[in-house]
Design a protein around this ligand. Sequence first.
Ligand code: SF4
Length: 210
Amino acid sequence: REFAEISLKDIDQIVKSSFPLCMRHLFEKLREDHHLKHGGRMQLGLFLKGVGLKLGGCTCILESRVLEKENISLSPLYLYRHTHHSILSLVGAERFDKEYSYSIRHNYGREGKRTDYTPYSCQKIISSTPGVGDHHGCPYRHFSEENLRAALGKMGVNSRATEDVMDKVRNRHYQLACTLTFEALHESSCDAGINHPNQYFTDSQKMLQL
Ligand code: SF4
């Protein structure tokens, strides 16, 4: 099926099947806490911005109705936060402007330096330094061994593959650890390796649609 056919209802399924662990973790925390600190908002928001382009249909509807006057793209972060609401309930939501429009404009480079931020690469995420209460960063680099094992189990990585992943982590080969996770979950090789969360997403979607 085409990317454009992805609907709001499919989002949870897509998170499970095609988000790398770093983004899956942030997404789950956002769901749980209804809030992310700045580092997490940036990492997830920009990733979703990249993914959002592929979510064509629903982002377009929301964009044109909610943000016509602003002429900017809807922040996928907002879209995701309101997954359970109907599209109509988003239209005309008054809190929207107050609570979100600055961070959306910020993410899309319309305020401040008007920089168009691009989604973070693995290298950038791995070298970030999340503090207490932060959920951004790369789980292979920043999780404790215990938490990483638990997260891999929850994703459905079998114990044999988990040991291979932990072996890469011990040798500080975080992107290789992520690549092995991808391969275990997709039962297919990923020869190019993982170097960007959006590449993980795109490769996964391509594979699942074969
Ligand atoms: Fe995310 Fe990259 Fe880390 Fe994988 S290696 S979890 S895609 S930052």
